[in-house]
Design a protein around this ligand. Structure first.
Ligand code: IMO
Ligand code: MG
Length: 422
């Protein structure tokens, strides 16, 4: 049995990673987040109660599961504490939460910068979640970032003061409100006290747990095409949500990784700006959005919707080494009479099956579709792949054939039980 299984997004996020993680989490001793921050929004429905996770690994809902926030995550402590409080108020045990000393902290000035930079992009907006994610990662790589361990160091005040002074110079130029370091220091010292009991060296903790044969599920956030290196730059997030980010963001080594689950939907969606080859900016897209409830869990923004893009999915399989796919919303796509599946792009008169992240090339690509019969409704009670309607089976088979990876999980409804497991 492998020690670490990883769940990753294959497209532009919001693939329903939470649902699969929830299922797999029941079999794990540890749930881990390694990348991103509270730009992620993972919704899970358990016993009629809806939970939305932004920072804490959702596996914490399973009794006895340890939840680790690894070094690669950027943490807004205010949001983290709110999440802890919400879980406690719903009677959930959070005593097994662990937070890496090496994770970087998001400060109010990061959020201010995120908004300011976005406003100044004019017509070239990325459509960020405005949570300060990009500016926080910028500071990490610029080496002026402030980490969780710094909250407990006697250099903390100096670090904050230096950062606030430097950032205020930028805010001044752009005529944006400046920040008060004393206020921030006071606020963050309060957060430090609340979080202290959860903070530890998670890298050594993870290796200790692995040596005890504990099973870890790594909960990916964001997705392959939002990856800063492998995604559709610049319309991406500022971290590596692909497999490499899981390794650097946790300290787990490549040999310990077993299954890599790629989560996808039976269609595609995207929030924020950037190319989207199979987008349906029409009635079909509107229908998918309404039936699939495609509104952001983090920002409530309506998501752009379209047909499934196998060119992109194949790319995600290759970049991450995906060993099994998890497809959500089969029930949603079944409402269409005809379902289209993008099997290649046409660009400059040529048929192309290799994905590109080049913006111009993506914008110049038009999808080549194969058509499938839909109209498979009321499938939410089905629990075996073989019991699915023929039309659904044909659609699934073509996807598996194209990417060369089996679909092992199929979501047929929103709730926890509405899933087919192969
Ligand atoms: P989950 O984990 C969907 C998108 C934003 C924006 C771009 C950059 O729920 O799948 P950022 O705030 O990260 O600098 O924004 O990335 N984005 C997501 N889209 N789901 C997410 O996470 C996302 N996290 C970031 O919409 O286009
Ligand atoms: Mg999301």
């Amino acid at each position: 049995m492998s020690k670490v299984d990883v769940v990753l997004g294959t497209f532009y996020g919001d693939e329903g990673k939470g649902k699969i993680i929830d299922y797999l989490g029941g079999k794990a001793d540890v749930a881990l987040r390694a990348t991103g921050g509270n730009n992620a929004g993972h919704s899970i429905e358990v016993d009629g109660e809806k939970y939305v996770f932004h920072l804490i690994p959702s596996g914490i809902l399973n009794k006895g599961t340890m939840a680790i926030i690894g070094n690669g995550v950027v943490i807004d402590p205010k949001v983290l504490i709110e999440e802890i409080e919400t879980l406690k108020s719903k009677g959930k045990d959070v005593s097994k939460l662990r937070i890496s000393t090496k994770a970087h902290l998001i400060f109010p000035y990061h959020i201010g910068l995120d908004k300011m930079l976005e406003e100044n992009r004019g017509n070239n907006k990325i459509g960020t979640t405005a949570r300060g994610i990009g500016p926080c990662y910028c500071d990490k790589y610029e080496r002026c970032g402030i980490r969780v361990e710094d909250l407990y160091s006697d250099k903390f005040e100096e670090l904050v003061t230096r950062n606030v002074t430097n950032k205020n110079k930028i805010f001044k130029i752009y005529n944006y409100p400046e920040y008060d370091s004393k206020e921030i220091i006071k606020e963050y010292k309060k957060y430090a006290r609340t979080l202290k009991k959860y903070v530890c060296d998670t890298t050594s903790l993870i290796h200790k747990l692995l040596s005890e044969d504990k099973k870890i599920i790594c909960e990916g956030a964001q997705a392959t095409l939002l990856d800063i290196d492998h995604g559709s730059y610049p319309y991406v997030t500022s971290s590596n949500p692909t497999i490499g980010g899981i390794i650097t963001g946790s300290g787990i080594n490549a040999h310990d990784i077993g299954e890599v689950y790629g989560v996808m939907k039976a269609y595609s969606s995207r929030v924020g700006a950037g190319p989207f080859v199979t987008e349906q900016d029409n009635q079909i897209g509107d229908l998918i959005r309404e039936l699939g409830h495609e509104y952001g869990a983090t920002t409530k923004r309506p998501r752009r919707c379209g047909y499934l893009d196998l060119v992109a999915l194949k790319y995600a399989v290759l970049v991450n080494g995906i060993t099994a796919l998890c497809m959500n919303h089969l029930d949603t796509i079944g409402n269409l009479d005809t379902i289209k599946l993008c099997v290649a792009y046409e660009r400059n008169g040529k048929r192309i099956e290799d994905f590109t992240t080049n913006e111009k090339e993506l914008l110049e690509s038009t999808p080549i579709y194969e058509e499938f019969r839909g109209n498979f409704k009321n499938i939410s009670d089905i629990r075996k792949k073989e019991d699915l309607p023929e039309n659904a089976k044909k659609y699934i088979k073509r996807i598996e054939e194209y990417v060369g990876v089996p679909i092992k999980f199929i979501g047929v409804g929103a709730s926890r039980e509405e899933i087919i497991v192969e």
